[in-house]
Write a protein that binds this ligand. Structure first.
Ligand SMILES: Nc1ncnc2c1ncn2[C@@H]1O[C@H](COP(=O)(O)OP(=O)(O)OP(=O)(O)O)[C@@H](O)[C@H]1O
Length: 453
């Protein structure tokens, strides 16, 4: 390491120590090492067992501290400790590596969503088996494969798992993933810019097309028409189609009959809420993956007991527990977990809230108007209120990312993902933020009659 880099890094470490509690620093930030500083890009190496967690949870605080020492334009990239440095990797001028906190583009695959990481239980056994069969024998096993079920139960995970599998073992087969939102946006852009042929090639020149959230096709007549032709073109050439939806084909009343029939012509399989044993396995896997230290192996049982219908919420509760542990330095035992859950869900189970209720409660607490949340205003106060409200929307409702984006002034789903990540980083690093989100959650979880202002 260059002396200059060493010096800069020790200054950033001093800032980090001031920004977070001792236990957070020692647990997550002390093991980091500066790898290189190239222009505005500082590459920080993290041990493999904590890298994802650090990149997901501490990008913001790292960014702020590095900005204070180097320059406001500094970007932090969290890489494996032994990742090749840009100069070693390639002599050509390389584009800066992706920012860890940057949300994935609409159509890229999440490398973490693999079949290996997917825990199988009674609720998802068939969907998993069908997805694996399709990944192994595209176009031959079930075509189309239609997976439906409520939010947060792993439909997107399975689509990405197929994509990752085909990328690794597919012998050069091509695979494309898209959401209906991305498909629609690209279609509209293609119409406006007279590049429909290019649009068609994009979706038709592929061996496997994976399409998420087809319920959003309803009421978009032109996109639906185009989608129908894409579907037929692929199907006729033997390409594999896999579709996810929040309901059965026959319950999509606003969809043309001919498309519903297409969806029903292959295998239609559902995905249901996981049982207790599956929920525990999912939590344990996550704990192990993120290198979370538990005081006892059963400490996380109360999470699996209480959060029963949505795996995203299950993981969200674990994140809160770890954040609370980082902030207080208390060990993660049953008492701490129960304390955090009681704060989150005073009733026995999480209660659903509407997006409007969440926006209203957040605005009231932070002194911001609901119109501001929906406006382009990016001042720190409004941006923070928006991030908190989006984070709570993700935790306390079953709304999808595009639906949340729409309720916040028509923002797209990557913006919502960014916002949720920013909020969860801040909650893990800043006691005041943690308390704010805890109090808001508790208030939104009270039965209506008790919710005073
Ligand atoms: N069986 C499982 N094993 C491990 N993790 C899972 C499983 N099912 C879901 N998850 C995790 O739960 C989270 C939510 O899953 P995912 O986004 O795939 O849900 P979804 O059904 O597509 O929901 P939505 O319709 O809201 O997009 C992801 O982090 C995913 O990795």
């Amino acid at each position: 390491m260059h002396t200059q880099l060493e010096h800069t890094w020790s200054q950033i470490q001093a800032e980090l120590r001031r920004a977070v509690t001792d236990s957070t620093y020692h647990l997550w930030l002390a093991p980091l090492k500066a790898r290189s500083l190239d222009g505005d890009v500082l590459m920080v190496g993290a041990p493999e067992e904590i890298r994802t967690w650090v990149a997901d949870r501490f990008a913001r605080v790292l960014q702020t501290c590095a900005a204070a020492v180097i320059s406001p334009a500094t970007t932090i990239v969290v890489v494996p400790l032994d990742a090749p440095l840009p100069a070693e990797a390639d002599a050509r001028p390389a584009a800066p590596p992706p920012r860890p906190s940057e949300a994935k583009a609409d159509e890229s695959f999440n490398p973490k969503y693999t079949f290996d990481q997917f825990v199988i239980g009674d609720g998802n056994r068939l969907a998993h088996a069908a997805a694996l069969a399709v990944a192994e024998l595209p176009g031959q096993a079930y075509n189309p494969l239609f997976i439906y079920g409520p939010p947060g139960l792993g439909k997107t995970h399975l689509l990405h798992a197929i994509a990752n599998y085909v990328r690794s073992y597919g012998d050069g087969m091509t695979v494309r993933y898209t959401t209906i939102e991305a498909f629609t946006n690209r279609f509209i852009t293609a119409l406006r810019s007279s590049s429909v042929e290019e649009f068609k090639r994009r979706y038709r020149d592929t061996d496997i097309l994976l399409i998420d959230d087809v319920q959003f096709l309803q009421s978009k007549a032109k996109t639906e028409e185009e989608f129908f032709h894409t579907f037929n073109a692929l199907y006729e050439t033997g390409s594999q189609l896999v579709v996810t939806c929040d309901r059965m084909p026959r319950d999509m009343n606003a969809l043309a009959e001919r498309l519903r029939e297409r969806f029903e012509s292959g295998l239609v399989t559902d995905i249901r809420a996981p049982d207790l044993a599956t929920r525990m396995t999912i939590l344990r896997k996550r704990v192990q993956h993120d290198g979370v230290q538990l005081a006892s192996p059963d400490a996380i049982e109360p999470i699996a007991d209480r959060i029963t219908t949505n795996i995203r919420a299950l993981q969200g509760a674990l994140i809160r527990v770890v954040a609370f542990h980082s902030l207080t330095g208390r060990p993660i035992d049953r008492a701490l977990v129960t304390h955090v859950l009681d704060g989150l869900y005073p009733g026995a189970r999480p209660q659903q809230r509407t997006l409007a209720e969440i926006q209203e409660a957040t605005c009231e607490r932070l002194g911001v108007s609901p119109e501001a949340l929906r406006s382009p205003d990016r001042s720190a106060r409004v941006a923070w209120a928006r991030q908190v409200a989006m984070y709570l929307a993700r935790e306390l409702t079953d709304e999808t990312l595009p639906a949340i984006g729409r309720a916040f002034g028509g923002r797209n789903h990557t913006t919502v993902m960014h916002a949720c990540r920013r909020a969860s980083e801040r909650i893990a690093a800043d006691a005041e933020a943690y308390e704010l989100v805890r109090a808001l959650t508790a208030r939104l979880q009270q039965p209506d009659a008790d919710r005073g202002s």
